[in-house]
Design a protein around this ligand. Structure first.
Ligand code: FAD
Length: 395
């Protein structure tokens, strides 16, 4: 019998599959959608600095640990698969367009320094010198200053998924297209997952099961007695095709950002929308995002739109992902609710889940992420806090 069946073929499911197979387990991963239709593929791939230091919140500790692991995974994946996942320390600029936003950024800069990240304050002239493509916006008085985080990274999510998929295959993971209809539970054990649309409604059986189905986990986990909230929060992105790269760094203005790729492509994002399971980009948002690029880059942003897309982030009520055993069920585990940080937290989540599945003492304390943790007020990374920020943001 298969050792572990994973439901989910996004960055979380594939990372867990890779880690478990690397530890010698036989793994079957079931995914309804092709990798390029997942939220993981839709991500921008921004990895803010995550220095490891004492006293971090559980979420920050997971990110810091995962950040370190991702650097190792990127190097290993290149050797193993030949695919460069595009992990680059490109740095990130955080800029303000109004006096009020500039004041807020001063507070944010202090927070980054307290967290141990290098953070250099820039006045408007220094901003233009740092990224000459912003000089027009500075001269027009549209950018007043900000700061640079030299340690901000970017990764190419599409390539990360390709590399994870290839690595899984090389490690013997069986990845199947399958729409899981429900999970069957008897006497405190999962006895199988029932796949829709197959003759006789096939039941896939394994010794252990991991639910890593992103925003869809809430519904699938209900038969396990779990009340998870993985509310879908839509994010849209416009990709422009510039003839050559005009920016070196990621540029963040409030919740909007520009992410330059080495090949001249420029991602313009994003939104935080409570739109249910509707995965379609909208004309008004596409127009708004093109406006963001024009505000910041002027004529340089008058480039063809190569593609637009949207993804459904798996939200979490308190702001923490759920990673752990389903309470009262001996052979089922959950890894979901990573909201805006699933790419960044993927490697750490995979190692933590693999430790729990194989009974190895975990490197990171899993208790803050437990499925039966006590309800807590929404934290700064929660859906409620981020939707409030998106509604009231003053760039
Ligand atoms: C616009 C945007 C920008 C983002 N930017 C960043 C960023 O810069 N940095 C960062 O760290 N994160 C970012 N994120 C967040 C990140 O993308 C998510 O946190 C992460 O992708 C979640 O991964 P996942 O594997 O849990 O979910 P998904 O990628 O949604 O994968 C879920 C998987 O479950 C499968 N599935 C669902 N239901 C079923 C079923 N019934 N049967 C079988 N399979 C099923 C799906 O087919 C899919 O394979 C961004 C997200 C968006 C939308």
């Amino acid at each position: 019998m298969t050792d572990c069946c994973i439901v989910g073929g996004g960055v979380i499911g594939l990372s867990i599959a890779r880690e478990l197979a690397g530890r010698g387990l036989t793994v079957r991963a079931l995914a309804r959608d092709a990798a390029r239709d997942t939220t993981s593929w839709a991500a921008a791939g921004i990895l803010p600095p995550a220095p490891q230091q004492p006293g971090l919140s559980p979420n920050a500790a997971l990110t810091a640990w995962s950040d370190r692991l991702m650097r190792e995974w990127a190097a290993d994946l290149l050797v193993e698969t030949g695919i460069d996942v595009g992990l680059r320390e490109c740095g990130g600029l955080h800029v303000a367009a109004t006096a009020a936003a500039l004041e807020r950024l001063r507070g944010t800069a202090d927070t980054w320094r307290r967290r141990g990240a290098r953070c250099d304050w820039l006045d408007a002239a220094a901003l233009a010198a740092c990224e000459p493509a912003l000089a027009g916006a500075v001269a027009a008085g549209h950018l007043l200053g900000g700061f640079v985080l030299p340690g901000e990274l970017q990764v190419r999510p599409s390539r990360l998924l390709d590399a994870l998929e290839r690595s899984c295959e090389l490690r013997g993971v069986v990845i199947e297209t399958a729409d899981v209809a429900r999970i069957e539970v008897r006497d405190g054990r999962v006895t199988g997952v029932v796949v829709d649309g197959r003759p006789g409604a096939e039941t896939v059986q394994a010794a252990a099961y991991v639910l890593a189905a992103g925003a869809w986990t809430e519904r699938l986990a209900a038969p396990l007695g779990l009340r998870l909230e993985t509310r879908p929060i839509r994010g849209q992105i416009v990709m422009l095709r510039l003839p050559r790269p005009v920016l070196g760094r990621v540029v963040n203005r409030g919740l909007d950002y520009l992410v330059p790729r080495d090949d001249g492509r420029l991602l313009v994002g994003s939104t935080l929308e409570d739109a249910g399971f509707d995965p379609e980009p909208t004309a008004t948002t596409i127009e708004r995002l093109q406006g963001v690029a024009r505000d910041l880059l002027g004529d340089a942003a008058e480039a063809p739109v190569e593609r637009v897309w949207a993804g459904l982030r798996p939200g979490s009520a308190d702001g923490l992902p759920t990673i752990g055993r389903a309470p009262g069920i001996r052979n089922a585990f959950v890894a979901a609710g990573h909201f805006r940080a699933g790419i960044h937290q993927s490697a750490g989540t995979a190692v933590l889940v693999a430790d729990l599945v194989t009974g190895r003492p975990p490197t990171l304390d899993p208790s803050p992420f437990a499925a039966d943790r006590p309800p807590a007020p929404p934290g700064p990374d929660s859906v409620a806090a981020m939707l409030a920020r998106a509604a009231g943001v003053d760039a």
